[in-house]
Design a protein around this ligand. Structure first.
Ligand SMILES: [Zn+2]
Length: 337
């Protein structure tokens, strides 16, 4: 069997003919296997969905219990028969429940890794290396200029600023699924045990992470009553990036605008967003981690998708690996990184 007979791009997403399913379809399909709960990968309206239990739970939280007609949980590392293929879900280290999906048929194994990272993240399962013949990799930060710093140092930067400006409110923008919980958990690991204030849009997912054993400490709603502005001086408020564009955000005391994202390594992006304190905390691999992972899988062929495909394809070729861009559409590099 050739690679493209097992998986190939269609307008709806990556299609597997012998299994008759799509991985992370961008349009509703009869059968979908879903890598993780971010909105550009997990969409509502598919008839049958297979994903990890945590991804199914997250989809239900975000879209309602009727996000699909039927859903089937995939246990970590347990091969499941889907049509004529075997599908196995392995941790991707991206957000809680995020999976790489290994698809096998006729002695050929392709791993579709979705979004993934290699760095330690106290809020989700660590990435698991899955040897394969063809590795499908994301390319969000696939340029040699992208080298993410240690996230502990970024968290220390935030805490230093909080100590330095006790009269100001530190407003940390973080995506609702994964990044927000990771930042909160990393603040706890750094010894910060004051209550952390959260925007209402984060409440349900933070509650869910708690039920899954990710302890986030004391979280209080960041709601302002009349005249209580001063109550938030010296505190940390975490909200979604869009909530910080609201009137809600302008009511806090002399805010320090912080933003936790891999893109904060690009000064221009921080400036555009009016970010005073950029925190380079990424849920994707940087350039070195992409290259190391590609080598470690032992795959002889690499398919590159969503991001800067060309540089990574070129790197693969220079390293003696067959490689091609997949040209999948509908995945955003900044939606929820
Ligand atoms: Zn993602």
């Amino acid at each position: 069997m050739r690679g493209h007979d097992l998986l190939h791009p269609r307008p709806e997403g990556l299609y597997c003919p012998p299994g008759d399913f799509y991985i992370d379809p961008v349009r509703p399909v009869p059968r979908a296997l879903i890598t993780h709960g971010h909105g550009d990968h997990a969409r509502p309206g598919n008839s049958a969905v297979m994903a990890t239990q945590q991804t199914l739970d997250i989809m239900a939280i975000r879209y309602g219990a009727d996000f699909a007609q039927t859903s089937q949980p995939a246990d970590w590392g347990v091969p499941q028969k889907v049509g004529d293929v075997t599908a196995t879900f392995h941790p991707a280290g991206h957000v809680l429940g995020s999976a790489q999906i290994a698809v096998e048929c006729g002695g050929l194994r392709i791993v579709a890794s979705g979004d993934y990272k290699r760095r330690h993240d106290p809020s989700c399962q660590p990435f698991e290396l899955v040897p394969c013949d063809i590795f499908i990799t994301e390319a969000t930060f696939a340029l040699p200029v992208f080298r993410h710093p240690d996230s502990k140092a970024e968290i220390a930067k935030l805490l230093r600023s909080v100590r330095q400006f006790p009269d100001r409110t530190h407003m940390v923008g973080a995506y609702a699924l994964g990044k927000a919980q990771r930042v909160i958990r990393e603040l706890r690991d750094a010894g910060y045990d004051e209550p952390i204030y959260i925007h209402g849009a984060l409440q349900k997912l933070c509650d869910y992470y708690e039920t899954q054993g990710v302890a986030l400490g004391a979280l209080l709603p960041a709601t302002l009553e009349k005249g209580s502005k001063k109550d938030f001086a010296g505190t940390i408020v975490v909200g979604t990036p869009s909530s910080f564009a609201d009137r809600w955000a302008r009511r806090f005391a002399d805010p320090v605008a912080a933003f936790a994202s891999g893109w904060m390594g690009v000064r221009q992006r921080a400036r555009q967003r009016g970010v005073e304190l950029p925190l380079i905390i990424s849920d994707h691999c940087d350039w070195d981690e992409l290259c190391v992972t590609i080598k470690e899988t032992g795959a002889g062929e690499i398919w590159v998708t969503h991001g800067r495909e060309e540089a990574l394809v070129r790197w693969c070729e220079l390293n003696g690996l067959r490689a091609q861009p997949l040209h999948l559409v509908g995945y955003e590099d900044e939606a929820e990184d």
